[in-house]
Design a protein. Structure first.
Length: 341
């Protein structure tokens, strides 16, 4: 297999692909047309932020910020009739004082809120529950194992509930299309729907696996701290160690993706199984979107070749024909006839 560092993100109507230097977002509109966006990434080749563990923390923060930005961009590009978010007075005030755009400020608040909710749900709540149910258990290791079990139970319950939401199922199909496309490339096959279709929706470098590794590393690290009866001190030490946990989990994820021997497959197995909740089999049209985003991020094709691919994957004429109950050939002639008038 080819070694690749290209990964991505599934969104409601499309896929974002990210190579070391370039990112690309492809979104299919309700009309069947694919719209795209491409941008350059911040490249760090040396320095403190590229050190092991530290780079994991940086990657986690960027993943949160960029992920929120991609979701918003995809919603705008899809133009599904949803109202655009209007920043409130406070966000406009902060934007004016900081010199940032109101949208950037809103996005920053959204990221902070997401982090606060994640910390509350997956770190503080389990500690509170463990404090209630530990009873007369004295062993700090056993208490921390109970705490870890509660955390995993909350995490899995959350994932199961989210996976049942209708819109999220669409996101998970695009997530599966992203994985299948990356796997096809890594197996050195041409990126066609026929080739992409035969690969699994699971991938060893998935962010879902990373989240599970965060939970596992959390149990191991917190077990070394003991169990302080001062709940505020316990909360404080756990929150302060979150960057370290995020960094260690990132390094473990990269290590687990290095090989395909039995040893590495055993390490990857729990995360790969969890991906069965966060990925689903995509349609051919969804795989086309993933392929286009991948080729744009890879930057091995010319702009003309990319445009030809986008036009080939455009199903607006087909959808227009289905809606008007006209033959596809007739639907393709409609725009030209309208323009002539």
């Amino acid at each position: 297999m080819k070694k690749s560092s290209i990964g991505g993100q599934g969104v409601l109507d499309g896929v974002m692909m990210r190579s070391p230097k370039t990112s690309a977002l492809a979104v299919r509109k309700e009309s069947g047309e694919i719209v795209t966006k491409k941008w350059e990434n911040k490249v760090r080749e040396k320095g403190f932020l590229t050190w092991p563990v530290v780079r994991g923390v940086v990657n986690f923060v960027e993943m949160m910020v960029n992920g929120m930005s991609v979701i918003m961009d995809a919603a705008k590009m899809a133009e599904n009739g949803e109202e655009e978010y209007e920043p409130n007075k406070f966000e406009k005030y902060v934007a004016k004082k900081t010199g940032k755009s109101a949208m950037d400020v809103m996005m920053g608040f959204a990221v902070v809120l997401a982090i606060v909710l994640a910390v509350g749900l997956f770190f503080i709540l389990p500690t509170v529950i463990t404090n209630w149910i530990k009873g007369g258990v004295q062993s700090s290791i056993l208490i921390n194992l109970i705490d870890g079990g509660v955390r995993l139970a909350i995490f899995l319950t959350y994932m199961i509930l989210v996976s049942r939401m209708k819109d999220i199922k669409t996101v998970f199909r695009y997530h599966g299309a992203e994985h299948k496309t990356v796997s096809c490339y890594e197996h050195d096959e041409e990126l066609t729907v026929e080739n992409v279709r035969k690969y699994k929706t699971l991938h060893p470098r998935c962010g879902t696996s990373y989240l599970l590794l965060v939970m596992i590393v959390t149990i191991l690290v917190y077990s070394l701290l003991g169990w302080n009866e001062n709940i505020w001190l316990r909360f404080g030490t756990r929150i302060l160690l979150l960057p370290v946990i995020a960094g260690l989990a990132y390094e473990l994820l990269k290590f687990a993706a290095k090989g395909d021997s039995l040893f590495f497959r055993i390490i990857r197995w729990p995360g790969m199984q969890l991906q069965r909740l966060t990925t689903a089999q995509p349609t051919d049209e969804q795989m086309e979107v993933a392929i286009l985003a991948f080729e744009m991020a890879l930057e091995e094709k010319s702009e003309q070749e990319i445009e030809e691919m986008r036009e080939r994957f455009d199903h607006s004429a087909k959808k227009a024909a289905e809606e008007s109950e006209l033959p596809e050939e007739t639907a393709e002639e409609l725009p030209a006839a309208t323009a002539a008038k």
